[in-house]
Design a protein around this ligand. Structure first.
Ligand code: SF4
Length: 439
């Protein structure tokens, strides 16, 4: 979501003639768009500002703006502690970016803009064309969260659940497709809670799937309790909807899920996975795990390992519990650090074994890969298969923006290496060839 927000901030500041630069020394305004989901985010802000100070020592300082969720959660503190910062802009008030910049340019004043103005934000953004030209683009459709998991800052930094209107989302998708996007990832902290005047996520997906030049649709991140039957059916009916579902579970223990206020049990989660698989056997899953949540016993941890082995997630993101200031879980007694570390190492070993086994199974098989860019090493192209696996192939033709059948030759934990098979005419693509994996 921060990537989407950064692009939109750029669309906004272009209106008052700011341009992007990759050279720090050229900068008149330095924007740090931050994420607060992990510990040390605030330290990173101070560290980055230290870097800018060094670069601009004895020179006129640039305007320094901190935006994103760290700005929302710790804005006042940052402004007080670090005088080099000129403005704090929360993730729900960045539509005011230009007003803030112009005020600072004129009055050299400090500004804290952290109101929850999500409706005003999207009302403003709807009049500013999304200029992103990536083959694979993000589109925020929903923000905020009403679930209040005890460890999470999102309900405090992004506010209550809010869904954008279907009409404006179709328009923005069309803009992105006209800019060259072939794939759109619909974003929301609780994306499957999307509901605009009764229109659900599946309704939106059906509507945008009608856009001819749009080849792939993804969405992230889902909450298991919002996974309704209509969305399960969409995975059966729509080829454009990619068969990888990111479905955070956080723990395999019902005791811990209850302590986290996750509102579902392990059994509910497995039932959902089985339902999805029954509807579309090609679906695979990725997930998030918190290891060493306060109160986690050996037995709870073993239950998480059991779940990992049962579902065989093709990708998982696991971290030791990190207390976020202001959340209920931050006050709880932490699991011994050494124990938590040992558990994480063991969990990640199992997760890697499962992942590597899955990846080796792809060798000598064909995958549909959408190519996103050319590597710096000459005629190599980078793309992603339907399961978001990174694939690199060599080719003399320009593959950018194209979807090709690639035979996977080998790979490692992060990348698969393949070679291009025949040219595929996507519009005339035969059903029998359109299996998720072609042997
Ligand atoms: S559902 Fe997700 S975004 Fe909402 S509080 Fe829980 S972890 Fe945070």
């Amino acid at each position: 979501m921060n990537e989407y927000d950064s692009n939109r901030i750029y669309d906004i500041v272009k209106k008052i003639n700011y341009k992007k630069t990759s050279l720090l020394k050229e900068t008149d305004c330095y924007v740090l768009n931050t994420c607060h989901i992990r510990e040390k985010a605030t330290d990173k802000v101070y560290h980055d500002i230290g870097r800018i100070k060094k670069e601009f020592k004895n020179k006129k300082k640039p305007i320094v703006v901190v935006t994103g969720c760290v700005a929302q959660a710790e804005g006042e503190l940052l402004l007080n502690n670090e005088k080099y910062i000129d403005a704090i802009i929360g993730p729900q008030s960045y539509h005011d970016f230009n007003k803030v910049l112009l005020k600072i340019e004129k009055n050299n004043t400090k500004i804290n803009s952290t109101e929850f103005e999500v409706i005003e934000k999207f009302d403003t953004l709807n009049f500013i064309k999304n200029s992103n030209t990536n083959v694979s683009s993000f589109l925020t459709i929903q923000e905020g969260c009403d679930k209040f998991c005890k460890f999470c800052v999102v309900p405090y930094t992004r506010g209550a659940e809010f869904s954008r209107s279907t009409e404006e989302l179709i328009k923005e998708t069309n803009d992105l497709v006209n800019n060259g996007a072939k794939e759109i990832t619909l974003l929301g902290q609780n994306v499957n809670a999307y509901n605009f005047e009764g229109h659900k996520l599946s309704d939106l997906i059906y509507k945008i799937s009608k856009i001819k030049k749009l080849e792939r649709i993804r969405y992230t991140t889902s909450h298991p309790i919002d996974f309704t039957e209509d969305l399960i059916q969409a995975h059966k009916n729509l080829k454009k909807l990619m068969p990888l579902i990111h479905l955070p579970v956080q723990s395999g223990s019902n005791e811990i899920l209850k302590k986290m206020n996750r509102k579902h049990t392990v059994e509910d989660y497995i039932d959902l996975i089985l339902k999805l698989k029954k509807n579309n056997p090609a679906i695979e899953f990725s997930s998030d795990f918190i290891i060493g949540y306060p109160g986690e016993t050996d037995k709870d941890f073993e239950a998480t390992i059991k779940l990992m082995k049962e579902v065989r997630f093709i990708n998982s993101y696991s971290f030791i519990f990190s207390p976020r200031p202001g959340t209920p879980a931050a006050k709880l007694e932490k699991v011994n650090n050494k124990v938590a570390k040992e558990r994480l190492i063991y969990f990640q070993q199992i997760a890697e074994e499962i992942k590597m086994k899955y990846r080796k199974n792809l060798f000598n098989r064909n995958s549909l890969v959408m190519f996103e860019n050319k590597s710096r090493r000459g005629n190599e192209f980078f793309g992603r298969d339907e399961y978001l696996n990174s694939v690199i192939v060599k080719s003399q033709q320009d593959l950018n923006g194209k979807i090709k059948l690639a035979k996977i030759i080998n790979g490692n934990q992060s990348t698969l290496f393949g070679e291009i098979k025949d040219e595929i005419n996507f519009n005339g693509f035969e059903e029998k060839k359109c299996q998720r994996l072609v042997s």
